[in-house]
Design a protein around this ligand. Structure first.
Ligand code: HXC
Length: 519
């Protein structure tokens, strides 16, 4: 008779090896990780995924399975934990670098494990989340570890626009190790824990003499408010992982899925409070968040790049249950003008939304592009072009509301009819012109004003006439460039109607390998 019973010795060995794998670099290293105020890879994964949903893969990867226990420097599973699980019930692939093993450094085996997970994520159309805590390429492995990074970069690029890729920086990410996160869609960082830089403070001091701390150089605050490398900056690992889960509520698992209106939408009452937010004076600031909060479902907004390029607001929201990407000028900062960082921030966001079939809702109140040598020499022409390109190329539904002003080139840029805007609404306060009224009058009535006995009075009269006759939204509406002038109180209702109407929108671009966005 055949004995079908697995003998207990074999099960014991399996359990023993698994336990060894789960111990990573050992208890001392785990304690040291905790002392630094950091969680272990396993703790992070469990905190992030739905309860008991993690399925680990490759726990037994090691260089020499026969002799690893005696070697003293080989650890089962090496310096990364990989697998898949669920977030809000949806499959998500995950890898978490394990700092307790050789400082989370990337060996050939670690790279192979990460690549396997990335391939599975791409083939099966689910997001991938990387928890980064690594000293970079495993120095002892030389070219093999560098090649491992190369294999990951290739997959990051192939996955771009196919599945969402999210990086969470929960420790060091030095040198080339920064570039896998940089190729992903969203980077989260934890204050005082995550640090990203191409070269650390010691190298900087040796090469340039400049002295800087790790945190000032590459900490969460620097990257979320100065460089724009990080999209989110959180105060604890727990809060950070919760926000990654939150982000996944807004984005589909892959580029083949459509986000659709999921709630049965009942006609709501107009919101008359919306009539009281925007000042009539085109130069007076206000907080556009007060408008966003009133037009989306339950004020539920996930802002991206909150602390960088604050003159434009971008983020995800739901409208009647459907995910939308919101782009809005923020008159509270730099009068909501378009500058280099705002252009890059919005262009990147628009391209993400377009890749993943997320409709765009643009709220416009823009005085123009930011003037000055710093902007010109910094390449505002090149960077501003990115935003034009992104809007023009996007084939998802594009709905806009002109809240107050849209002057000059900035009018054309911001989801205009000419760039393929599907529905362009204006509030009665909307003004469109080549430039602001005063500048325009100064140029076209210069002679008249100069020869007038009372130039100030004439000028203010001409400004009023100009605003009333040429800048009002009906001029654009009369040419079909604005589809309708609406009562602000009806904005949410109109947006939801337009979104429903556009739900079957199909538009394709001319056949090409890919465009050449001005980078
Ligand atoms: C091998 C490494 C390692 C690495 C750290 N360790 N980085 N082992 N390769 N890259 C090991 C340490 O020897 C140590 O082992 C353990 O991990 C913990 O490291 P510590 O230095 O004790 O920790 P800490 O003081 O917190 O400093 C962490 C660190 C530092 C800032 C990451 O270790 C460091 O600067 N490492 C080197 C970073 C770096 O320059 N990497 C190469 C980047 S270039 P023991 O056994 O003592 O516990 C790169 C090229 C990629 O990555 C190119 C792709 C294109």
């Amino acid at each position: 008779m055949v004995n079908r019973k697995i003998d207990s010795q074999k099960l014991n060995r399996m359990n023993q090896l698994r336990k060894l794998s789960q111990q990573g670099g050992g208890q001392k290293k785990i304690d040291s990780q905790h002392k630094r105020g950091k969680l272990t890879a396993a703790e992070r994964i469990n905190l992030f995924l739905d309860e008991n949903s993690f399925e680990e893969l490759d726990p037994f990867v090691v260089q020499d399975i026969q002799n690893f226990e005696e070697s003293g420097n080989q650890y089962l599973g090496d310096a990364v934990v990989t697998g898949y699980g669920r977030v809000n019930g949806q499959t998500v692939f995950i890898y978490a670098q394990d700092f307790t093993v050789a400082g989370g450094s990337l060996s050939e085996a670690v790279a192979r494990k990460i690549c396997k997970i990335m391939d599975l994520a791409i083939q099966n159309g689910s997001p991938i989340v990387g928890l980064i805590d690594s000293g970079g390429a495993r120095i002892q492995e030389g070219v093999s570890s560098l090649a491992g990074y190369g294999d990951i970069f290739l997959r990051n690029t192939m996955a771009s626009g196919v599945i969402p890729q999210i990086s969470v920086i929960l420790g060091p990410a030095a040198g080339g190790a920064t570039y896998s996160p940089a190729l992903t869609d969203f980077i989260f960082m934890v204050n005082g824990v995550g640090q990203m830089y191409i070269t650390g403070p010691d190298v900087i001091k040796a090469v340039t003499g400049e002295e800087v701390t790790h945190e000032d150089l590459g900490g969460a605050t620097s990257h979320s408010s100065i460089s724009g490398v990080a999209h989110f900056n959180l105060n604890s690992e727990e809060e950070c992982l919760e926000q990654v889960r939150n982000l996944l509520r807004f984005i589909p698992p892959n580029n083949m899925e459509e986000s659709t209106i999921t709630e049965t939408y009942e006609i709501e009452d107009p919101d008359t409070e919306l009539q009281n937010i925007v000042p009539e004076d085109p130069n007076q600031p206000y907080d556009v968040m007060d408008i966003i909060g009133r037009i989306i479902d339950q004020g539920d907004f996930m802002e991206i790049h909150h602390s960088w390029a604050k003159n434009i607001v971008v983020g995800f929201a739901k409208l009647a249950g459907q995910s939308v990407g919101i782009i809005a000028q923020q008159p509270k900062y730099l009068a909501g003008c378009l500058d280099i960082n705002a252009s890059v921030k919005a262009a990147r966001f628009i391209r993400f939304c377009d890749s993943f079939n997320i409709p765009l809702v643009t709220l416009i109140d823009v005085p123009g592009f930011m003037p000055g040598t710093a902007q010109e020499h910094g390449g505002i022409i090149r960077h501003g072009a990115k935003l034009i390109y992104a809007y023009a190329e996007a084939t998802v539904p594009k709905i806009s509301v002109l809240l107050r002003k849209a002057y000059g080139g900035a009018y054309i840029v911001m989801s205009s009819k000419m760039l393929g805007g599907d529905i362009n609404y204006a509030w009665p306060t909307g003004e469109i012109a080549v430039m602001g009224a005063e500048g325009a009058v100064n140029i076209i009535h210069a002679k008249e004003i100069k020869s007038s006995k009372n130039p100030d009075e004439l000028k203010s009269q001409l400004i009023n006439e100009y605003r009333e006759k040429l800048m009002n939204p009906y001029v654009a509406a009369s040419k079909g460039l604005i589809d309708d002038v609406i009562n602000p109180a009806d904005t949410r209702i109109k947006l939801i109607s337009a979104l429903k109407m556009l739900s079957n929108k199909r538009e394709s671009l001319p056949i090409k390998k890919h465009g050449s966005i001005p980078l």
